[in-house]
Design a protein around this ligand. Structure first.
Ligand code: FUB
Length: 345
């Protein structure tokens, strides 16, 4: 739901209709990446703050500085804030804007993946390591080589290969890498270098990770989303095309790539036969929430599936002060996800 349309909202009434409530209220949290490690749910969110930066279409108002890991024994249980896990001041290459993170586990070590802007104004993706899923995490001195843009999501396949999905347009800078090198001109325009409306939309990226999970094992490739005719979604198809916030999960042997449509505020998904795709558009997972952004993760616990998401209802609609929530997610008999309404009608 865009910020300009919130003036008329009665937030008390909206909260009564909300499908779920914020998991924590003492800090603002967003972009939840949920995983089950050692039988417990760990949520890796952004830690929203009001740093006083003005709202713009490049997301300068998202000026986050650190990460806190949340954990819970069950999806409906108490949520624990495990305190500071990583601060931007500890990351030698990063200057600001610690945006949506994710995490992975391998052989008892935990890896926190995070995007941040370097001192050159370019978003890259870093990794930090810990023996504890809740951190604190020790960052690698450099960003992942050949990484760019935002919103890493790391998926462990059943064959123990790990893949990173990433990318985001507008403030996430994906369009500025279209030619293979970073375009520094027209830096103030969020839409410069995007394809025309009748051209294929920009794609999220995927790269398999090296065995130590610290680097890309291959050059990133496009995550292509096809329409029902088998054609790539077009840039003008704003209700369905990829904008940011990739996630991957596997259900009944199929690969479900899900993402945010950004300026149209949906969480959508597409289904494929392998981690690289192509994926065929399959529908909406989540209708628009209060706040400009929508971001999610999907995770199974004890035989049920859950959607972790965020909205700005606790801050009464402030775009960059969001709260993480969780709701059960259901499939129909054909493996289609039932669309979730964040507020009952
Ligand atoms: O939290 C900052 C940015 O907002 C994320 O990286 C995007 O996915 C959007 O949620």
């Amino acid at each position: 739901m865009p910020e300009e349309s919130i003036d008329h909202i009665d937030f008390n009434e909206l909260n009564q209709r909300a499908t779920s409530q914020p998991l924590v209220k003492h800090i603002y949290t967003a972009d939840p990446s949920a995983h089950v490690f050692n039988g417990k749910i760990y949520i890796y969110p952004s830690h929203d703050i009001d740093a006083g930066d003005a709202f713009d279409d490049l997301g300068s108002h998202f000026a986050m500085e650190d990460y806190h890991v949340l954990s819970m024994d069950t999806p409906l249980g108490e949520t624990v804030d495990n305190g500071l896990a990583l601060h931007v001041n500890e990351v030698p290459w990063a200057e600001k804007q610690m945006w949506a993170p994710d995490a992975a586990e391998k052989d008892g070590k935990y890896y926190l993946y995070f995007p941040a802007k370097g001192y050159d104004g370019i978003f890259r993706i870093g990794v930090a390591v810990s023996d504890n899923p809740a951190g604190p995490f020790v960052p690698q001195p450099e960003a992942i080589k050949e990484s760019f843009s935002i919103d890493p999501a790391v998926f462990k396949d059943d064959d123990r290969n790990y893949y990173m999905y990433f990318g985001g347009i507008w403030g996430g800078q994906l369009q500025r890498w279209r030619s293979g090198t970073f375009k520094s001109e027209q830096a103030e325009s969020p839409v410069a270098f995007l394809p025309g409306d009748n051209e294929p939309a920009l794609c999220a990226k995927i790269a398999r990770l090296t065995d130590d999970l610290l680097e890309f094992a291959e050059p990133p490739k496009d995550v292509v989303i096809l329409d029902e005719q088998g054609q790539p979604l077009l840039n003008g198809d704003k209700d369905r095309r990829f904008f940011e916030a990739s996630w991957m999960h596997k259900y009944n042997g199929k690969y479900y790539f899900s993402y945010s449509t950004g300026d149209t505020h949906f969480i959508c998904y597409a289904i494929g036969d392998n981690p690289y795709g192509p994926f065929t558009y399959a529908g909406k997972i989540l209708e628009p929430v209060v706040g400009w952004t929508s971001h999610h993760s999907i995770c199974a616990f004890d035989g049920k599936w859950y959607l972790f998401y965020h909205d700005s209802s606790l801050s009464k609609g402030v775009t960059h002060l969001r709260s993480v929530k969780v709701v059960e997610l259901e499939y129909d008999e054909n493996g289609r996800i039932k669309t979730i309404e964040p507020y009952r009608k």
